[in-house]
Structures are given as structure tokens and as C-alpha cells.
Design a protein around this ligand. Sequence first.
Ligand code: UT7
Length: 325
Amino acid sequence: MTLRRSQIVGCGSYLPARVVTNDEMAKIVDTSDEWITARTGIKRRHIAADGEKTSDLAMHASTDALMDAGVAVGELDMIVLATATPDETFPATATLVQAQLGMTRGFAFDVQAVCSGFVYAMAVADNFLRVGQADTALVIGAETFSRILDWSDRSTCVLFGDGAGAVVLKSAEGNGTAEDRGILSTRLHADGRKHDMLYVDGGPSSTQTTGHLRMFGKEVFRHAVTNLSSVVDETLEDVGLTASELDWMVPHQANRRILEATAKKLKLSPERVIVTIQDHANTSAASVPLALDQATSDGRIKRGDLVLMEAMGGGFTWGACLARW
Ligand code: UT7
């Protein structure tokens, strides 16, 4: 049986130049390198320069991904950009990127699922490609979380960083088996009853302010491992595979302890997990494509590898995307 598949043909990423270490954070709030490292695995994060916007980060990552893919802007049919920190309330940051790239056809829109945003965006793009409504897609995760942090709240401001990552998807014919190259399965979930666990206390229709990130970290942590391991199992079951067959897990980078506990629950060796949290902190929708770009650039993820991306974030939202590289 022939089936349209979305092949991942290129990756790119961008991190702002400014690096802020844990010791520097300790000068801003009552914290320490010891606490941050032990509780999260984070050592440093990148912070966007004054005036550097989410669309700027997204542009750098996108040109990098298009170059890696050998795909010209004119070939793109669609852009899906995952962000919770858009340049403006509207229009979508994706349309700013579209204009800056010089793309004058096709369509572009944002997806908002906070830290799960990239996995949501991949699922959306994959579905457009599968039904034949597009052949080539640019999928971006880009965030400037530094703009929505409460820099006096030590329980949140030490956890996040800025960055962007992007991939190019191209439709190709597969034969419907788990040996096909491309996205094999995507699964998404949301539970809006958990809104108050992780949210921003502002917005155009509520307070007419941008607001700041608020999180009950312990509650998020409590749900993360269960939700993530079950959605990973769902994507694997979709194609009759098991976690033992995974070459790589590329998780959302929120907390090293969550990554390790999820891998343990799936009986996956820690060497199979791509970890970037020490250098990037939590970059929300950018964390998975940033990690993907690192692991493809350094040669860990190779053609034919079975790669699992997963994420959980505000909403709650969570999801996974299984792909053969
Ligand atoms: O990406 C979206 C999804 N987000 C997540 O997945 C985040 C999930 N949650 C977490 O990663 C963890 O819950 C945190 C890293 C946020 C917190 O770790 P924790 O082990 O759950 O710590 P806690 O919140 O229970 O705080 C323990 C103690 C508290 O002090 P007391 O009450 O025990 O005296 C906090 O006040 O640590 C204190 N604390 C800090 N101390 C130094 C909280 N933040 C800091 C800090 N530096 N930055």
C-alpha cells in the first residue's frame, strides 16, 4: 500500500549570542548554581538581545534549515510556527517570517501549545502533507521566554531560555510500513482543566497586558512523566514498534530529572536520550528542534534511525511524534 509520508529533509537552529550562567542568575535572585544544577540540570541559558524578536530567531533557524535541506524558499507551500511568545498579538509570527524569507505564495500560521508547540506543529504539517494539501513545509519552534518571565520569581526565572529551531518537511511516497522514512505517527493530547498549573497572567482579552509566566512546578512535574511515557507508547503502538527499537528520544528539555524518569519508565538507556538542557535551559517550543539540530549536526542521528520527539507544557498539552530519519 503506498502512502504519503512527510520526510524530514533538513534541520536548523539559532541561539542568541548572550549566555547567562547560573552564577549570574544568583546575582539577580536568591538562588545558586548548586540548586539549579541539582534540581534541573540547567547550567546556562541564552537570552535574546534588546530588540531581538521571536521572528528574528525564527528567521535564523529557518534559513539554516532550508540550507541544510537544499530547499529553495520558492518550493515552500506552508510555514507552521510554534510559539507562545509571538512578536505581536497578531498577525502570526509565521507571516513575518514568510515575508522576511521572501516567500510570496502558500500559507503561514502560528500554533500555540506552549512547550508542546513544536510537536503540535509537526502533527499539523504532517497532516497537511499526508492529505496532499501541501508538498513542502517549514516547521519552526521559536521563543523569547525571557520577555514573559518574572525576573523576581526564583522558582521560574532560572528555568527558561530563548532560542529557535526549524525543520523542512517534504512529502514522499512510502509503502505504509514502519520502515518508511518520514513521520510514522503523531499523537496529541490536552487537558484544559490543568490551566492554572502553568499559565501567563495576562493577555489581550483578559488584562490588556502581556503578563508573566506562573507555574506550580511540582504539579507539572507530577504529571509529566506519566503523560509523556503514555503518549510515547501510543505513537509506538500505532506502528507496531516498542521503545526498545528506538534509536533516539528527543524530548522537550524542561528538567533533566523528567528526561531521566521518562527514559527509565520506557526502559530506554540514557545514552539514547538527546539532552541539551544544560546549555539551553527550557526554550519551550524551540527545545525539541534545537536538540534535533544538535544531534543531526554532530552525527548522532543518522539516516534510517528511529527518532521519537515528545513534549509536555501549559494547558496541559502533550504529544509525541515518531519518525524514521
Ligand atoms: O516546560 C513546561 C513544563 N515544565 C516543567 O516540566 C517543569 C516541571 N517542574 C520542575 O521542573 C520542578 O518542579 C522545578 C525545577 C520547577 C522545581 O523543583 P522541585 O524539586 O519541585 O522544587 P520545589 O518547587 O518543591 O522547591 C523546593 C524548594 C523550596 O523551598 P522550601 O519551601 O523547601 O524551603 C523552594 O522555595 O526550593 C526552593 N526554590 C529554590 N531555591 C533556590 C525554588 N526555586 C529555587 C531556586 N533557587 N531557583
